[in-house]
Design a protein around this ligand. Structure first.
Ligand code: SF4
Length: 267
């Protein structure tokens, strides 16, 4: 494998995976992610051999690589949109047909999709939304929400990604909540609503709708005494019939990116 294409997994495989904590990260997987994000150096792991250090000497910007992959996927998916019957899609997608475009609510804002797969929005959309949204239009089965909430790893085909999901989405959101408290929840309230009535044992429960039939439920418990803070994301049981698991993952990453940016602007 060329060093220029090293990913979190590539680096993780080179570690001794003892989770000894000497690098300051809670686990080897967390350490690998921090290295790719440029927040840790490989040299911080005392157990890593010189050979691996040389191998990953020039780490790529993981974010840029993901963006490039998403841009390619977007081009591919756009071409397929013309085959969709827009007239028959609003109910399946919980969308509206407006001026021959599909209007789909994403975090409460309209995203307008035309028959060429071009999208416009009143929300300054980060590009992470586009690919999940195109996949939603193409593959959503229109299954009604069940009201049963499950963790990411209980969704179909999610097991192999669940560690990454909790590291890149839940842990990042927990860090934002720990560090910015009310500011973070004020930002969330711009895009979702308090869902305390659902009875989760948490200090804050927020319901977000990144896509109409794909809600995310965020529950956060503050640190208390010997107990660390905790943040979990939950999904409706019907999620995997309405969106592929890769797109759910990308949506989670997109939310993290967006909230990080907004919080940083207002902090
Ligand atoms: S020091 Fe190395 S082996 Fe120990 S947790 Fe960190 S990355 Fe893993």
């Amino acid at each position: 494998m060329s060093a220029s294409r090293a990913t979190v997994l590539d680096i993780f495989r080179s570690l001794d995976r003892s989770n000894c904590g000497a690098c300051g990260a809670p686990t080897c997987l967390a350490f690998a992610a921090l290295v790719v994000q440029g927040r840790k150096k490989l040299a911080h792991c005392p157990r890593l051999g010189a050979e691996a250090g040389e191998r990953f000497a020039s780490l790529p910007d993981e974010r840029r690589e993901v963006e490039q992959r998403l841009a390619e996927a977007r081009l591919y998916l756009k071409e397929k949109i013309s085959a969709i019957d827009f007239g028959a899609s609003p109910e399946r997608l919980q969308a509206r047909l407006v001026d021959d475009k599909l209007a789909i609510k994403c975090l409460g804002r309209d995203f307008m999709l035309d028959r060429q797969g071009e999208m416009t929005s009143e929300l300054h959309a980060n590009f992470w939304v586009y690919v999940p949204l195109l996949n939603y239009v193409l593959h959503c089965r229109g299954r009604e929400l069940t009201g049963e909430w499950v963790k990411f790893d209980q969704l179909r085909d999610a097991m192999s990604r669940s560690d990454f999901f909790s590291m890149r989405c839940e842990n990042e959101l927990r860090r934002l909540a720990d560090e910015h408290g009310e500011l973070f929840f004020d930002v969330l309230s711009l895009f979702g609503r308090d869902a305390g009535e659902l009875g989760f044992a948490a200090d804050r429960t927020v319901l977000l709708h990144p896509l109409p039939r794909v809600p995310f439920l965020l529950s956060y418990a503050r640190a208390e005494g010997a107990f660390a803070s905790h943040l979990s994301l939950y999904f409706d049981r019907a999620t995997d019939d309405n969106l592929d698991i890769e797109s759910v993952f990308v949506l989670g990453m997109g939310l993290v990116e967006m909230f990080k940016r907004i919080v940083a602007r207002h902090a």
